[in-house]
Structures are given as structure tokens and as C-alpha cells.
Ligand binder design. Sequence first.
Ligand SMILES: C[S@@+](CC[C@H](N)C(=O)[O-])C[C@H]1O[C@@H](n2cnc3c(N)ncnc32)[C@H](O)[C@@H]1O
Length: 289
Amino acid sequence: MAGSQPPHALQALWWPLRSALASAWPRRGDAQMQRMRRAAGGGEGDMHADAAERMYGALYLSHIRALAGGRSGLRILDVGCQSGRLAVPLAAEGHKVTALDLSPDWLALCRRHALEQGVALRTVEGAAEDAAALLAAQRFDLVICTELLYALEDPCRTLRVLRGLLDDRGLLVTSHRTRHYMLLTLARFQRWDDLAVVAGAEEGRVLGGQHYGWHEADTLHRMYARCGLQIEQMHGIGCLSGVGVDGLAAVLDAATLREDLPRLQALEQAVAHRYPDAARYRLVIAHPV
Ligand SMILES: C[S@@+](CC[C@H](N)C(=O)[O-])C[C@H]1O[C@@H](n2cnc3c(N)ncnc32)[C@H](O)[C@@H]1O
């Protein structure tokens, strides 16, 4: 704007000052985007302790319980377990849980949460891609890998490794980001360049060059088939609270969230059942072929 130009004599000082201010003052949404980037590496916060994350966890767990069909003592591997949001409750329900993660810090927190609840689980430090070597000849009834594959450059490589760890009748439980979630979140934070990438492809470098995937249902069917897996179920996870980095935690205080949790959870299930493409994540249940 012409009116905001400083007088000529000050211009030599003004432009360096203006660019210093611009770089010191983050663009609107940058802080949230940093949190979103960190979340891909599990750096967002303790997902076992966070009220909103626990609600998403409860949604995943309801599908996993349906697969267990009342059985206990299942051999379960949770890959990218973070602080044990899924691993700890599953161990508490009597399953034999192995929790694997790249980060020793998250594994330590996972063990702490297990200890607090008086449950036993085994932790293994390492990359999902190396799980076959790390777990040698072990086989599992359920292999879970939620909220991790979308951040990997070659999810198929990891899917093949995880497939190899399944027992004959074993099932793989994963989740992928939806395009809807990516588009709305990026629009909310005015990341127009990133938004154009998401609108035009199903994976790419966004959020400062980080690789992300946001695959559609038919692409996932093809991808899993290439990895020797057949998808038998897909479900939406987090429709109502899926728009935004912080989900429900951003709009409701923790006390309200706790109070409303059962009702919200029921609503989430009903809405995600009807509109799975509009969810934050697409839960996939697959078996080897
Ligand atoms: C967003 S958290 C997922 C949490 C958990 N799966 C859940 O749904 O509650 C991602 C986790 O994956 C871990 N991770 C990232 N890359 C990994 C890799 N290549 N192999 C194993 N774990 C990885 C991170 O350390 C982090 O704990």
C-alpha cells in the first residue's frame, strides 16, 4: 500500500528492518503447521494422555475389539506405537502385545503407561522397515500400524514387511490420511501452495518439503494388492473433529471433552460410517493373499 511506505530517507533502513521483522514474525498458521509436521514423527505430544487423541484411539480400539471377537491372548504387534495409546489398552484386555517404535523416548513412555496400569507388554526399538529382522521368526494374529504409513516415502515396502509378520489367518490394521483432511487443514492455515499439491496428486512434498500421502480408497486397494494384501474393511476415523491440527482439543477444554466423550464417540462412529471420505483417517483392515 502506498500509504504504508516510509519517507525516502528512511527507506535504506526500512527494507532490512521489514524483512527481519517478517522472518521473526511467523506467518499465520506456521506454528500449527510445525505441530502438524512434528505429529508425523509422533512429536506432537503424548497420544496416550491427550484427551482428543484418546478419543481417536477409542475409535480405533472399537474396530480392533470387533476383530478380536471376544478372544483374549491374541499376539498383537503395534508398529509405531508412540506412547501406547493402542498398545496399553490392548495389553490391559489380556492380549500379548509387542510395541515397536523408532524412538526410545516414546517406548519409555509406553512402558511407563503400561506400568501405571499394571499391565505387561514387550517393547522393541527399531524401524518398521526392519521389523522382520528385529522380530525374527515371530508371527502375530494382528499387526497394527496406525498413523504412520502416510509419512513414509515407500509405504508399500513397510506393508510387505508387516505382511510377512502375520500368521496364516492374521490381519493387518493400518490407517491413512484422507485428502479431505489435508485440504481442509491446509485451507484453514492458508497454505495455498501445499493445498494445490494435495488437490492435484495423492502424495507429495508439503509442509516444508516433508513427504506425505493422502490416498483415495481405490488407490489403497491397488497399493495393498501390489503388496500381497487384500483390503476387507475400511472405516473413517474422526469426522466431526477431523478438521484442524488439534482436533477437539482446540475447541473444547479437557473437562468438557471428558464429560462429552461417550456421546462424541458415538456420534463420530455414526458419522464416519456414513461419510468415511470426510474423516481425518481411513482405517484399513487387510489380510494376506
Ligand atoms: C503419530 S505416531 C502414531 C501413534 C500410534 N500408532 C497410535 O495410533 O496411537 C507415529 C509414531 O511412529 C514412530 N515412527 C516414525 N517413523 C517410524 C518408523 N520408520 N518405524 C517405526 N516407528 C516410526 C514415531 O516415533 C511415532 O511414535
